[in-house]
Design a protein around this ligand. Structure first.
Ligand code: NAI
Length: 286
């Protein structure tokens, strides 16, 4: 039986989520994606009009098929938690059933079970601000969208995950080393995500025989990264300083994710795996 994957955080063909979807599809998995509600329209229109057809090509020449696109806002667990102004916002009122609980219910209804859960999303409204200038709300919003969102997804999807399933999230080295510019509590959010990876590996492992890992990825020029503003500098820094002097491709992260979600990684759980051309291992710049 082929595996089925739900990938949260795909809204174009530039990010890690898209690359992970492709690597999983190339390995034979059926692909479902969760797309942030405000980005849903553009993504679905672009898909339908063939805008992604060039990047949908898999190694065997076929095109990646997405079995279903679900609207998702991972900041809300269930309808009772959605504030009135969001409910009535016209970017949201056009879609329905996009809270985490409802998406898990819809996937269950449509497909029954999944084997692989991917969390490839983050958001920090004050990412441009140094931590000392970050507001309480900005900090909590970063942790809500970037860390708790994984706990919520895992909690709601675990009951429909087959035993020996696997989950993956994406983290960044700013969790453990100082990266000026990665502000607004985003560094804190990634630290939480990594710590939660260990605790959730224990809980999901014992309860459901499901593995939980996170990939600490090097810099990629995604939509989210461009919004932070220092991505070109980080890519240049890595080219100069990392053990492997090449630009990191999203595909390399996708392939690592496919490995970690496969039986080849059946004893790996609770780990932070670096996919960054080795940059994390350097002690000084060269
Ligand atoms: P991306 O822009 O492709 O992905 C982020 C996605 O999160 C977008 O599709 C966005 O619509 C979605 N999103 C934001 N808030 C959401 C919410 N409340 N509910 C549902 N979806 C929401 O960018 P990228 O860079 O591929 O990001 C994916 C993951 O990789 C993130 O966790 C990011 O922190 C991580 N990462 C990125 C690095 C980079 O240099 N691009 C480096 C290391 C980690």
């Amino acid at each position: 039986r082929g595996k089925r994957a739900f990938i949260a955080g795909v809204a174009d063909d530039n990010g890690y989520g898209w690359a992970i979807a492709k690597s999983l599809a190339a390995a034979g998995a059926e692909i479902l994606v969760g797309t942030w509600v405000p980005a849903l329209n553009i993504f679905e229109t672009s898909l339908r009009r063939g805008k992604f057809d060039e990047t949908r090509v898999l190694p065997d020449g076929s095109l990646m098929e997405i079995a279903k696109v679900y609207p998702l806002d991972a900041v809300y667990d269930n309808p009772a938690e959605v504030p009135e102004d969001v409910k009535t916002n016209k970017r949201y009122s056009g879609s329905s059933k996009w809270t985490v609980q409802e998406v898990a219910e819809s996937v269950k209804e449509d497909f029954g079970t999944i084997d692989i859960l991917v969390h490839s999303l983050a958001n920090g409204p004050e990412v441009h601000k140094p931590l000392l200038e970050t507001s309480r709300n900005g900090y909590l919003a970063a942790v809500s969208a970037s860390s708790y969102s994984f706990i919520s997804l895992l909690k709601h999807f675990l009951p429909i995950m087959n035993p020996e399933g696997a989950t993956i999230s994406l983290t960044y080295i700013a969790s453990e080393k100082i990266i000026p510019g990665y502000g607004g509590g985003m560094s804190s959010a990634k630290s939480a995500l990594e710590s939660d990876t260990r605790v959730l590996a224990f809980e999901a492992g014992r309860k459901h025989n499901v593995r939980v890992n996170t990939i600490s990825a090097g810099p990629l020029r995604s939509r989210a990264a461009k919004a932070i503003g220092f991505i070109d500098m980080m890519i240049d820094y890595s080219l100069v300083n990392a053990p492997l002097q090449k630009e990191l491709s999203a595909e390399e992260v996708g392939n690592a994710a496919a490995f970690l979600c496969s039986p080849l990684a059946s004893a790996i759980t609770g780990s932070v795996i670096y996919v960054d051309n080795g940059l994390n291992a350097m002690g000084v710049g060269v």
